[in-house]
Design a protein around this ligand. Structure first.
Ligand SMILES: NC(=O)c1ccc[n+]([C@@H]2O[C@H](COP(=O)([O-])OP(=O)(O)OC[C@H]3O[C@@H](n4cnc5c(N)ncnc54)[C@H](O)[C@@H]3O)[C@@H](O)[C@H]2O)c1
Length: 334
């Protein structure tokens, strides 16, 4: 049966892709985003135009420009709509930027999540009747694993050593989700996303910076001589995992969504150079204290619970990303 879903961060990279996939299968989506200038709001508006044009009719998609911390707006949204699911993707996403703006990261990633959790449980009767609450899906991050020594990363890891305010704020939001599940039986799923890349990718992420370096000659610092590893995951695989979580009745779960393959940054750079037949303009730089030397997802839980099966190899994913980059960015877009 078709669902009504609230997607926060709907104008961003992952949020716009999830919204399009929900619309394509016939769900109705209320998309929300504050279009903040972390990167060009023009890019976010362009994402929204693509989302809007893919909606089957005018009723299926409604966009609201607003801040997830705005309690009265969120209260009104939950009063007006009976959401089957909330896919909470809005957030401040930069590990290193969170050092400069820790209060902002906490305010948006934790207090913003709290506001949405409060909205989601407002259907409770005065007697605390707990049926019929929306499923709450939260976009968490692989960086909550921080200084763990257990590789590949498993969801049962305590995740109590985050290396920057960004992952600390995401881990705190996962914990708050448990509290709302415990108190109100809110179905809450935190999906820990691993280095997502693909069309509409954020300009501050490595794949995008490397393409900028190759095509626009920009210099990119490469940490630890490229000897760090990332579990690069193509956005379509992530979207499929998120949609599976929207569909599956769960209680409280934390689930890794990665590709389950850890690739050296140097090899990732090499693949991009090979596909473009050009060299990136790189400078070596020491690894920042905020960054993990390796990310690597154990995805057996996602496979078991969600039927998740990432199918896009890093080679295929990079080729698709570059095709998009060439068309969109080299045509004069920011
Ligand atoms: N891209 C990745 O590799 C990755 C990995 C792990 C986790 N995540 C998480 O997934 C989510 C989406 O990441 P993305 O790469 O698509 O980033 P993005 O910046 O493209 O998308 C986030 C969107 O949220 C919006 N937003 C931010 N603060 C808001 C607020 N207060 N109110 C309303 N909207 C707000 C932004 O305008 C933006 O459009 C983030 O929460 C991020 O932490 C991303």
């Amino acid at each position: 049966m078709n669902k009504t879903v609230l997607v926060t961060g709907a104008a961003g990279f992952i949020g716009s892709s999830v919204t399009q996939a929900l619309l394509a299968r016939g769900d109705s989506v209320v998309g929300m985003d504050d279009l903040n200038p972390y990167y060009s709001p023009k890019r976010k508006l362009a994402n929204l135009t693509e989302v809007q044009s893919s909606a089957p009719d005018n009723q299926a998609f409604r966009f609201i420009q607003g801040d997830i911390r705005d309690r009265s707006l969120i209260g009104r949204l939950f009063a007006e709509h009976r959401f089957d699911s909330v896919v909470h993707i809005a957030g401040m996403p930069g590990i290193r930027d969170s050092i400069t703006n820790p209060a902002l990261y906490y305010d948006i990633n934790l207090n913003g999540t709290l506001t949405l959790l409060d909205g989601a449980v407002r259907r409770l009767t005065p007697k605390g009747q707990t049926t019929d609450l929306p499923r709450f899906i939260f976009a968490s991050t692989s960086s909550v694993y921080g200084a763990t020594r257990r590789i590949p990363f498993v969801e049962s890891d305590p995740c109590d050593m985050p290396l920057a305010p960004y992952p600390a704020s995401k881990r705190a939001a996962e914990l708050l989700g448990f509290t709302y599940h415990h108190l109100y039986h809110l179905p809450f799923t935190a999906l820990r996303l691993f280095t997502v890349y693909g069309p509409r990718g954020r300009p501050d992420m490595m794949a995008y910076k490397l393409a900028d370096s190759i095509f626009l000659g920009r210099n990119v610092p490469i940490y630890a001589n490229g000897q760090m590893k990332r579990d690069w995951t193509y956005v379509d695989d992530i979207v499929r995992g998120i949609i599976a979580a929207v569909d599956l009745p769960m209680e409280y779960e934390i689930i890794n969504l990665g590709r389950g393959e850890s690739v050296l940054l140097a090899d990732f750079v090499g693949l991009i150079e090979e596909l473009t037949r050009r060299k990136a303009n790189l400078t070596t730089a020491p690894m920042p204290d905020t960054d993990m030397p390796c990310t690597f997802a154990d995805i057996s839980k996602a496979r078991r619970l969600l039927g998740y099966d990432p199918s896009v190899s890093v080679q295929q994913g990079i080729a698709r990303f570059l095709a998009w980059y060439e068309e969109y960015v080299r045509n004069g877009n920011e």
